[in-house]
Design a protein around this ligand. Structure first.
Ligand code: PXP
Length: 379
């Protein structure tokens, strides 16, 4: 179960970032099936809570209410006003201080209590330190990888040399993307072999090569050595990749492709619909990651359908992550529908193309990437 965060404070807080911290705490302590509620309040509110429950009419930084029954771990109440003062005193940011307080309150819920003597104080500090180290070992927020195929689409419309997706790859990186994505299609309708080779040479972050699991593409990938390959289904008639890979039906051939890429030292992601059987099959064939096809969510025609698709993605992201498969997501994501998916902590990478390149026509590629980056990083 994910953590639930809520704020009654007027300060604008990085709630998505803090939620991803809290979710990671649950996973790190094998409490992912438990409910955790974190509430951010003012000094006045925490003072009232202190008076009502503990007969101490003053503000503190954090109060934990463990629930010793059922699937609820408990509630943590944090005063933003006190956290702000402590951040200033400790020469740190409010965000960092709030992370420390979430960990502190969470460790209280696990049964540690520094008020029960020196030994307990030491054990509690040790656990807080361990958790902080563990959860910040990897980036809290997801990566943004930008697909530059549609720069090539524009070039191909005139059959000339501009705009060049190779130049776009450099701009995208300079704007702060965590990676560059290209899809080399069998019909070469946008990205060309030359693009992939040059982009491989210039990319400093990481290059994802999307491709079908054909003999020709496997040979190209083994030669070019992208940082990761995402296997996608490909139909000649489609405008863009229409559905996820059917790993269940094609299990033997995909397993073979995955192992040939692994032999060349290339990790493999499989682009699949958010369906349990496809994810189980992805695990069986040895995929390192799945990329959840977000098309049904992005194209939902009503809020009800979008809610349903969101829940399905959230559940399947959790399912894959529990199986030890890394979770990426992409397809059809836009500036208005990506933030909601960022709240799913198991998604560690977003692959976004068309909406960024479209916006780039209006605001420039650098700005378009920076704006999407702000959404994916939660600030
Ligand atoms: N992920 C995969 C596997 C894709 O095939 C595509 C489209 O090329 C994308 C992500 C990006 O989709 P969009 O261009 O709609 O953002």
């Amino acid at each position: 179960m994910p953590a639930f965060l809520k704020s009654s404070h007027t300060e604008s807080l990085p709630l998505i970032y803090l939620k991803r911290v809290a979710d990671r705490l649950l996973v790190e302590t094998q409490n992912q099936d438990k409910e955790l509620n974190i509430v951010f309040v003012s000094d006045e509110e925490i003072r009232e809570i202190n008076e009502r429950w503990f007969n101490r009419p003053w503000a503190t930084n954090c109060i934990s209410f463990p629930m010793e029954e059922g699937d609820i771990l408990g509630d943590v109440v944090i005063s933003v006003d006190t956290a702000k003062r402590e951040a200033e005193l400790g020469l740190t940011t409010l965000q960092n201080r709030l992370v420390d307080l979430i960990i502190h309150g969470f460790v209280h819920l696990l049964g540690y209590d520094h008020e029960k003597g020196i030994e307990q104080e030491r054990l509690m500090a040790q656990e807080e330190f361990r958790l902080k180290k563990e959860i910040t070992r990897r980036a809290i927020m997801a990566d943004l990888c930008v697909n530059v195929d549609h720069v090539a689409t524009l070039r191909q419309a005139r059959g000339g040399t501009e705009p060049d997706p190779v130049v776009a790859a450099g701009v995208v990186e300079l704007a702060g993307a965590d990676g560059v994505v290209v899809h080399l299609r069998e019909d070469r309708r946008h990205i060309q072999d030359r693009d992939v080779r040059l982009i491989r040479e210039i990319v400093q972050t990481r290059l994802t090569l999307e491709m079908a699991a054909t003999e020709e593409m496997l040979n190209i990938a083994r030669e070019i050595k992208p940082d990761i390959v995402t296997l996608v289904p490909e139909k000649r008639q489609e405008i863009t990749t229409e559905g996820g890979l059917d790993v269940v039906t094609l299990e033997a051939s995909i397993k073979d492709a995955v192992s040939r890429l692994h032999d060349a030292g290339i990790p493999v992601s499989l682009f699949v619909d958010p369906e349990r059987d496809q994810i189980e099959a992805s695990k069986r064939v040895g995929a390192d990651c799945i990329e959840i096809h977000t098309g049904r969510y992005a194209d939902a025609e009503s809020p009800e359908v979008q809610d349903k698709e969101f829940e399905q993605i959230a559940e399947m992201a959790r399912f894959a992550s529990d199986l030890g498969v890394r979770v990426h997501a992409g397809h059809g994501l836009k500036y208005h529908n990506t933030a909601r998916l960022v709240s799913i902590s198991e998604i560690v990478e977003f692959s976004i193309g068309h909406s960024i390149i479209s916006r780039a026509v209006m605001v420039g590629l650098e700005n378009a990437v920076k704006e999407m980056r702000r959404i994916v990083k939660g600030y």
